[in-house]
Every structure is written in C-alpha cells, then in structure tokens.
Design a protein around this ligand. Structure first.
Ligand code: FDA
Length: 392
C-alpha cells in the first residue's frame, strides 16, 4: 500500500498551493483530483486571464460568520508574496482596477506556475482519481481510491465550494467535515447574477446588454460598480458583489445616478429645456433606452416645465433609491463562489487544522470564508493553502 506524509484532496488553487508549500518542506505529498485536469476554475477565472490577487486585500474583503478567522493566514501570506512568485515565473501581469491583478496572457500560466512549483517540490499529482472510502487509521488516514489504497499521516481537504458543478465542484468536503464532527454552515451561491420575474422582469424586458454605473445597497453594505441588464435579470460587478449579501425577500436598492445630485440635475434641465420631455433629457445621464423605459414605468413623462418641484423631488428620489425586486439568483450553475461551509470555529486560524481531528486540515473555499469580487478569493486560497502547507 502506498503511504505518504500528506494527501491533499482537490487540485485547485488552495490544494496546489498547499501541496507545493509542504513539498518544499520535504514532506511527501500526493494531490488527488477527481477531474481530468487540475486547476479548472483557475483556467476559467478572470475571463481567461485569472484575477490572481488584489493588492488591497484586507480581512474586510471577506464574508464569514467569524470575520477574524481569515486575518492570521492573510497576514502571513500576502498579495506581495504571490506577486513575487508570479514574477519569479516570468508571468507578465497588469493591474486592471482597484488593485486587481490579471495575467497579460492567460490563466494557464497560473496553473503552470502551481504545477511547476509542485513538481519542483516532488509532489505527486493524480488526476481522474475517485475517493471511494476514507477512514481514520491511528493518527492518520487510510484511503481507498480508484487508483488504489493509500495511507497518509495528514489529510488536507481542498475540494472547494459547490459552484459550477460542470467544473468538478462537489460537496465532498462538507460531507467529510460533518462526518468528522464539524459544523457546516448553510451554503448558498455568491457572486452570482440575480433573476427577476413577473412585472419586475417585464420592466427591464428588451434592455439586455445595457450596462451602467450604479451603487447597489443591501443589508447595510454598498458597492459602486457597473450593472449589466441580462435576459433573466441583472448582473455585472455591482450586482455580483451585492448578491453575496442578498437573500430572497431582502430590500435591495440601486442608485442609478451615483455620481450626480439628481434633483439639481433635473432642476437644471427644467430651466435649460422647459419644453423638452423628461424621457429625452434623462438620456443625458442614463442609457437612452433605459431612460425611456423608466419614463413609461416609473415616472410620468411630460415637458419639463410642467413638473412641480414635488414631482421632480420624487423622480430624483426614484433615481437615487430604485427598489430592485429580485426573485432569486442564477444559483451554483453560474455563481463564482459558495458562501458558508466548514465552520471556522472548528478550525485553527493559524494552521487551518481541525480542532476535532488531529492531522486533518480544511483550506480554500470549502471553509466559511468568502471573498468579494476582485481577486480576493484566490488570495484566500493561496494564504490558507500556504498556512496548512507550513503546518501539515
Ligand atoms: P477549487 O474549486 O479551485 O478547487 C477544488 C478542487 O477540488 C477542484 O479541482 C475539484 O475538481 C476538486 N474536487 C472536488 N471534489 C473532489 C473530490 N471528491 N475528489 C477529488 N477532487 C475533488 N476568484 C478570484 O480570486 N479571481 C477570479 O478571477 C475568479 N474568477 C472566477 C471565475 C469563475 C467562473 C468562477 C467559478 C470562480 C472564480 N473565482 C475567482 C473564484 C475562485 O475560482 C475560487 O474561489 C477558488 O478557485 C477556490 O479555490 P479552492 O482550491 O478552494 O477550490
């Protein structure tokens, strides 16, 4: 029977980082990946260019029942550490906006970097490997897999979240965590487009493809970014970000003119163009077709001189405080991340080790730590993988 020091389940971002780190410490490490290749989510990330970190990463960029949990790992493996690795591998990159770093050429380079690091550290990577059984074996673990039986002193669970099942996502890590006595906090799709139905969908029907800057607010949190109207509802960075804070029934508000005082703007228009209709003038500040639609559905359209100050005030309020009634999300099929997961109260924040079972570790997205959009989720994968790789 094969035996090694560490088996890492999942050859994604966190698993490969952990394996390389542990391998560099002289540990005999084996990565078991059930998909036919490693790093599939990395490949599809950032539109094929992988937004591999964010220079502005702070614990405030993460959602978790315990907001302090991520601090230690993030402090010990920083964006600068990963950037140094990227530079060592000669990968060209650029900052797109707000600290988001992307590869100039391809996400494939990040997967190659991780695989090269693993190879140099003597890590064995097995793809297409199904885990059939997993049991405690003294202080270690015994696994039965489609590639044979093996034992390991330590087991690192890096099997990711539930989003994009077609890319290999599975509930393996959550099931295993529960089996070994860990609480798993309820999971749901995050960084996901929102769907609309009924009259709310009708209001935006035919406008798909229109994008505009908005400020999206929900449950005391606010994101300023673009929104995109889709066939089924709304998407774009502002909506993906706020989706992680929204649940059905929650009040979601949009400021459609985040950079303008709408009332001052409307009053100026009334003075400058008293005979012109609102629907035509509003198009100076909003995409034309959206402006026209709003003047059919929310605001009475007429020449500017006919509006009373009270009516203008109501229109301004409608633009700054647009109630978006979403019916749901597109779910795990398109979500970038999974909220919830293995309860951090059952893990050590410095090593990612289980508090219940010696030599068992949970890293990456399977844990209840979820980043905002913008490279934070990979930074968590690198940092948590590195922490466990140093400890296991
Ligand atoms: P990850 O999902 O990377 O890896 C888990 C691995 O475990 C997978 O390879 C899976 O096949 C394997 N596995 C699952 N069950 C198994 C089992 N039973 N046995 C063996 N193996 C198993 N983040 C970011 O920071 N910047 C970005 O640009 C993007 N872009 C992006 C785009 C899209 C379309 C998605 C879906 C997601 C992103 N993300 C992102 C999020 C990011 O991809 C994600 O948070 C990390 O990949 C999480 O890393 P993990 O290693 O935890 O899971």
């Amino acid at each position: 029977m094969d035996s090694c020091d560490i088996v890492v389940i999942g050859g994604g971002a966190a698993g490969l980082m952990c394996a390389a780190t542990a391998g560099q410490r002289g540990r005999r490490v084996r990565v078991l990946e059930h998909a036919n290749r490693v790093g599939k989510k990395i490949l599809m990330s950032g539109g094929g260019r992988c937004n591999f970190t964010n220079l502005g990463t702070t614990p405030a960029n993460f959602i978790s029942a315990n907001p302090h949990y991520c601090k230690s790992a993030l402090a010990r493996y920083t964006p600068a550490d990963f950037v140094a690795l990227v530079e060592r591998h000669g990968i060209a990159y650029h900052e797109k906006e707000r600290g988001q770093l992307f590869c100039d050429v391809s996400s494939k380079q990040i997967v190659a970097l991780l695989v090269d690091e693993c190879r140099a550290a003597g890590v064995r990577i097995d793809t297409g490997c199904t885990i059939e059984n997993l049991e405690r074996d003294g202080d270690g673990f015994r696994l039965t897999t489609s590639l044979g039986a093996m034992t390991a002193r330590s087991l690192v669970v890096a099997s990711g979240g539930l989003s994009i099942p077609s890319m290999g996502a599975s509930s393996f890590g959550h099931t295993l965590a529960k089996r070994f006595g860990h609480t798993v906090l309820p999971t749901r799709a995050g960084l996901v487009p929102l769907t609309l139905s009924g009259r709310h969908q009708d209001e935006l029907a035919g406008l798909s493809g229109i994008a505009l800057p908005v400020s999206a607010r929900c449950n005391g949190v606010r994101f300023d970014a673009d929104m995109l109207i889709t066939h089924r509802g709304v998407s774009g960075p502002a909506i993906l970000q706020i989706s992680s804070y929204w649940q059905p029934g929650d009040d979601l508000r949009l400021d459609l003119l985040p950079d303008r005082d709408a009332l001052a703007f409307l009053e100026e228009l009334r003075v400058a163009h008293p005979a012109a209709e609102l629907r035509n003038l509003l198009a100076e500040a909003l995409p034309r077709r959206l402006a026209q639609r709003l003047c059919e559905t929310r605001f009475a359209n007429k020449p500017m001189r006919q509006y009373t100050p009270r009516e203008l005030k109501a229109i301004a309020a409608g633009l700054h405080d647009f109630a978006l009634v979403a019916s749901g999300t597109e779910g795990y099929r398109t979500a970038e991340v999974t909220l919830g997961g293995v309860d951090t109260n059952t893990l050590s924040s410095s090593t990612m080790a289980s508090r219940h079972v010696p030599n068992l570790y949970f890293i990456g997205e399977v844990v209840d730590v979820t980043g905002h959009l913008g490279g934070y989720n990979f930074q968590w994968a690198w940092a948590s993988g590195h922490a466990a790789g140093l400890a296991a």
